[in-house]
Design a binder for this molecule. Structure first.
Ligand code: NAD
Length: 398
């Protein structure tokens, strides 16, 4: 006890109340990632953030509860108690309505939020007076690269797409020169050469395949070529949007693209599709007719399955057999490699929290373009303009 009658540790807590961060177990079926890994929990604890994880939160990603306890985090058995004691909550997937109800008013959340697809949750967060940040909306500027969870998780997806294709193809990826004869390399076509597409190219190249790729953005050509793949030149105008993304393409453009890409698809052993336009349904690049022209045993891996698919035949989460050609619609691929997907995601989260928490206090600067860009709900007000407009138009209709 000191002269004020306070235990020294108690005085420290009273003078420096730290930010309490809760990490609930993901509840979406098949989600095996965790938002904070034990090593990141140790770093956050050292920076003055009290970390509490729900019991079992890291188990599916192979991080047992004991590894969190060994790294300074508290393990809480009860989710409602965990959430009720938090200033900040971080998750991979958007909070559920049930989780939002368990938050104390004014809590901040950091997660993927997919606001346009989760309007009910956004409304509930606002009603709770919460502040919610969407990691998809972190602006893609150099300073925010270490917080770019879309890119870190797309890296995992692209790598897994390359492996999934190689596993399903009844042929070798590399060329083999053997005494019995020479096996030609597999011909792999990657459509959409963003973060996931480039990683799929790199993986297929490492396995020895002959890779060609196409994207509507001009910058993609050089990136594709730097990985040792050939860029497919189509006589089409480029489709640059803002922030390094593609813009939404007209149906006329897509029809011309399909016309021109048909022979490339038909002559490939593997087609990996990753084409996306943020906030929109994925464009159809591969038709059933193109798949019908592929040689039996060929494989289509569709990484856009979660947003409608780039192939007309894609069934999310399933492997469709079309005349001996497998069309695999991969859903939530990063969850299939949860240890390293979580490793990267947790670092993205910690770097983002580094902006929100200063000197042990939750003190976001809303003039910072990263914070302002990622914030969807601020103290109960929906501040992300496109989400607000969607909510208003929905209210107007109901
Ligand atoms: P994404 O997931 O939204 O789309 C994937 C790819 O599909 C994109 O390359 C897009 O151009 C392509 N595409 C869309 N429609 C297509 C069509 N009809 N045919 C063929 N391809 C089509 O994008 P992403 O991978 O998240 O990012 C795209 C780009 O953004 C990156 O390659 C990079 O240039 C840029 N980026 C910048 C930063 C940064 O500066 N911090 C970070 C990440 C990405």
């Amino acid at each position: 006890m000191d002269r004020f009658g306070v235990e020294p540790w108690c005085r420290h807590v009273l003078l420096c109340p730290s930010v309490k961060l809760a990490v609930p177990t993901e509840s979406l079926s098949g989600e095996r990632r965790v938002a904070v890994t034990p090593d990141v929990a140790a770093k956050l604890t050292a920076s003055g953030i009290e970390v509490a994880v729900q019991a079992g939160a890291g188990v599916a990603a192979h991080f047992p509860d004991s590894s969190y306890a060994d790294n300074g985090a508290t393990v809480a058995a009860d989710r409602a108690v965990l959430l009720a004691g938090a200033d900040l909550v971080t998750k991979v997937q958007p909070p559920t309505l049930e989780e939002v109800q368990a938050l104390v008013a004014g809590t901040s959340t950091v997660s993927f939020l997919a606001p346009s697809a989760n309007l009910e949750v956004i409304r509930a967060l606002a009603a709770r007076g919460a502040t919610a940040y969407s990691l998809e909306l972190v602006p893609r500027i150099s300073r925010a690269q270490s917080m770019d969870a879309l890119s870190s998780q797309a890296t995992v997806s692209g790598y897994l797409a390359g492996l999934a294709a190689a596993e399903r193809l009844p042929k070798f990826f590399p060329m083999f020169m053997t005494a019995a004869g020479t096996v030609p390399p597999a011909r792999v076509l990657v459509l959409g050469a963003g973060v996931a597409g480039l990683q799929a190219i790199a993986t297929a190249r490492r396995l020895g395949a002959q890779v060609r790729a196409y994207d509507v953005r001009a910058a993609a050509r050089e990136e594709v070529q730097s990985l040792g793949a050939a860029f497919v030149e189509l006589p089409l105008e480029t489709q640059e949007g803002s922030g390094g993304y593609a813009r939404e393409q007209s149906e006329d453009f897509l029809a011309r693209q399909r016309e021109l890409i048909g022979n490339e698809v038909a002559s490939s052993d593997v087609v990996i599709t990753t084409a996306a336009v943020p906030g929109r349904k994925a464009p159809i690049l591969v038709t059933a007719e193109m798949v019908d022209r592929m040689v039996e045993g060929s494989v289509v891996v569709d990484l856009a399955a979660d947003t409608g698919g780039n192939c007309e035949l894609t069934e999310p989460g399933l492997e469709v057999d079309r005349g001996g050609v497998v069309v695999y619609g991969m859903t939530n691929p990063p969850a299939a490699m949860p240890t390293h997907a979580s490793f990267l995601f947790a670092r993205n989260v910690a770097n983002f929290l580094g902006l929100l928490v200063k000197d042990g206090k939750l003190d976001p600067d809303f003039d910072d373009e990263i914070i302002a860009g990622a914030c969807v709900v601020r103290s109960g007000e929906v501040v992300h303009q496109p989400t607000r407009e969607l909510l208003e138009s929905k209210e107007g209709r109901s």
